[in-house]
Design a protein around this ligand. Structure first.
Ligand code: G3H
Ligand code: 13P
Ligand code: ZN
Ligand code: NA
Length: 313
């Protein structure tokens, strides 16, 4: 069924795994992701950014997600990724999304609290859950670029205050992940002590099993990048979060792991390869079919070997 993330996160927290949240913007991506989830008997979150809404139109996306629910019989949450204001959250709730993110991470703290709280009240009255964000990730999202000098890790005491005052259902934190394909210059490093401290402080305030969200969690698989480059691409210096670190986060309070870049790279790799190997072909079902297949393979691998949500249905 089309569901909120509430039960998914309760089970994930207790089971020591995370649910994958994959960005969608067309039919092939949706089908690749949900076929993978079905093969793994896993719950899944399909998320839509503001620019994806603009690209594909919410009605088309909602109708395709409804079809995916019907075809797979899975529990699927439809989530707004990085909602920028009350208006876009409200619109998505009206379109039938079951979960919205309000990203006030760039705002001054009290303003983030106030705006998040307003959206939580509106969403909860309509049976929709809310994710918020505290701390600033480095990287690129929706054309906003934050360099590593301006990234700030989430303060654990502030996180507790924020959760208590806003009533938010889950919280995205900054512990070293970053959006896009160029996450690190040197080695990847995540602040697991900070994650642990946030959970401990929440527990001490009587807030148990509170779900944490990791954005910017693509691994930026070398084989996809190499395939892109082999067939005419020019992607250099791309680096992501090692699977091992995501496994560790999933075993902790992290219940939602966001991945978009890995899907983009897989899709592009499959299409470039198809073009490179079949220069005379021009049926879109050929190369888009290859892309869909590679996305399914990627997502299955994530579910099985990284986030651990196999048989979470
Ligand atoms: O965090 C951002 C997501 O990767 C979505 O990116 O705004 O280009 O669709 P987008
Ligand atoms: P990646 O760029 O690492 O895939 O992160 C996506 C994301 O956080 C979407 O909100
Ligand atoms: Zn994000
Ligand atoms: Na977890």
């Amino acid at each position: 069924a089309l569901v909120t993330t509430k039960k998914m996160f309760e089970k994930a927290f207790q089971g020591g795994y995370a649910i994958g949240a994959f960005n969608i913007n067309n039919m092939e991506i949706i089908q690749g992701v949900v076929e993978a989830a079905k093969a793994q008997n896993s719950a899944v979150i399909l998320q839509v950014s503001k620019s994806a809404l603009k690209y594909a139109h919410p009605k088309y996306l909602k109708a395709m997600v409804d079809a995916a629910v019907e075809e797979t019989g899975l529990d699927i949450a439809l989530h707004l990724d990085h909602g920028s204001d009350f208006e876009v959250c409200k619109n998505c709730i009206e379109y039938g999304f079951t979960s919205v993110m309000f990203d006030g991470s760039h705002l001054e703290y009290e303003e983030n609290v106030a705006q998040t709280k307003e959206i939580v009240e509106y969403a909860h009255a309509r049976g929709v859950v809310v994710e918020a964000e505290l701390g600033k990730l480095a990287g690129v999202e929706d054309d906003v670029k934050v360099d590593s000098a301006n990234a700030t890790y989430t303060d654990p005491d502030q996180a507790v205050d924020f959760v208590k005052r806003t009533g938010v259902d889950s919280l995205a934190i900054a512990i070293g992940t970053s959006h896009g394909a160029y996450k690190f210059k040197g080695d990847a490093k995540l602040d697991f002590d900070r994650l642990e401290s946030i959970t401990k402080k929440l527990e001490a305030e009587g807030i148990h099993n509170f779900p944490i969200v990791l954005h910017g969690a693509s691994s930026v698989d070398e084989t996809s990048v190499e395939t892109c480059n082999k067939y005419g691409g020019n992607i250099s210096g791309a680096k992501g979060i090692p699977a091992e670190m995501l496994r560790k986060a999933s075993a902790m309070a992290v219940c939602k792991i966001n991945m978009d870049t890995d899907i983009r790279l897989a899709m592009t790799a499959a299409i470039r390869k198809s073009f490179g190997e079949n220069p005379s072909a021009f049926d879109p079902r050929g190369y888009l079919g290859d892309a869909r297949e590679l996305i399914q393979k990627l997502v299955e691998e994530k579910i099985k070997n990284v986030i651990g949500s196999t048989n979470s249905m």
